[in-house]
Design a protein around this ligand. Structure first.
Ligand code: NAP
Length: 254
């Protein structure tokens, strides 16, 4: 991993957002910076997007720093927490947002496509949570927010790997909430519905329209819609909420 900015070295509480360079993660990073956190955002393949996200936050008066970190690489994650977080910053919030899809029908889905989606979407969140929990436990405070998906609650044809990972994230959320409550660390999940980002822009116009028509609020959600839910769970207003799943889905699953 490498820092693309090194201007942040103050005591402002840190919110770490994995996959914060684009889409929902970028909106979360901007919103948490607006709310007074210095944001550490991670990316894996597009440094220019991470750089742009940092610049956007700084232009709005916020504090941010970008790191290259593949959450599917557990050793890299542990090393990142040891070198960039532990004993160096006040880690207040972890948002496990990094995620990928590798869609395909069940009978044609390769083992590696299943494993890769689980490694990034689920094990990545587990390893980040484990490392963050060690640090937050010492401080006896912290907020962990996992970005799941409505398909983890409902299932979806063509997404056996992704829906499994997102469903398992809910089990991880609830188990960690119980385990970490004694340390005053809350753990919650946000389950977005159909949100306008690069992840969904590849779908054909017909598919997008049919999805939007099936949503009771009759529109796709925005990344900002999800970010506001995360900001609430990260705030003092949510201090008695843990182990919960907050749907941001226009009424798709209620
Ligand atoms: P996106 O636009 O594709 O952005 C994905 C982000 O994750 C990028 O910042 C990307 O970094 C990063 N990333 C990808 N692989 C990574 C890895 N191995 N390690 C670290 N970072 C990695 O996705 P999105 O739509 O914003 O989705 C964000 C989260 O919301 C995901 O967990 C997704 O499953 C969930 N979600 C999305 C929707 C939706 O409709 N869009 C709905 C429900 C849930 P690079 O740019 O550097 O590759």
């Amino acid at each position: 991993m490498s820092a693309t900015h090194s201007n942040v070295s103050d005591s402002t509480p840190v919110a770490l957002v994995t996959g914060g360079s684009r889409g929902i993660g970028r909106a979360i990073a901007k919103t948490l910076a607006r709310d007074g956190f210095q944001v550490f955002l991670t990316y894996v393949s597009r440094p220019e997007e991470a750089e742009a996200a940092v610049e956007e936050i700084r232009a709005a008066g916020g504090k941010a720093k970008a790191f290259r970190l593949n959450v599917g690489d557990s050793e890299a994650v542990s090393s990142f927490f040891a070198t960039e977080i532990k004993d160096r910053v006040d880690l207040a919030v972890l948002v496990n947002n990094a995620g990928i899809t590798k869609d395909g029908f069940l009978v044609r889905m390769k083992d590696e496509d299943f494993d890769q989606v689980l490694a990034i979407n689920l094990r990545g969140a587990f390893v980040c949570t484990r490392e963050a929990a060690k640090i937050m436990s010492r401080a006896r405070k912290g907020r962990i927010i996992n970005i799941s998906s409505v398909v983890g609650q409902t299932g979806n044809a063509g997404q056996a790997n992704y829906a499994s990972a997102k469903a398992a994230l809910l089990g991880l959320t609830k188990s960690c909430a119980k385990e970490l409550a004694a340390r005053q660390i809350t753990v919650n999940a946000v389950a977005p519905g159909f949100i306008e980002t690069d992840m969904t822009s590849g779908l054909s116009a017909e598919v997008q329209e049919s999805y939007a028509n099936a949503i009771p609020l009759k529109r796709m959600g925005s990344a900002a819609d999800v970010a506001e839910a995360v900001a609430f769970l990260a705030s003092d207003r949510a201090s008695y909420i843990t182990g919960q799943v907050l749907g941001v889905n226009g009424g798709m699953h209620c």
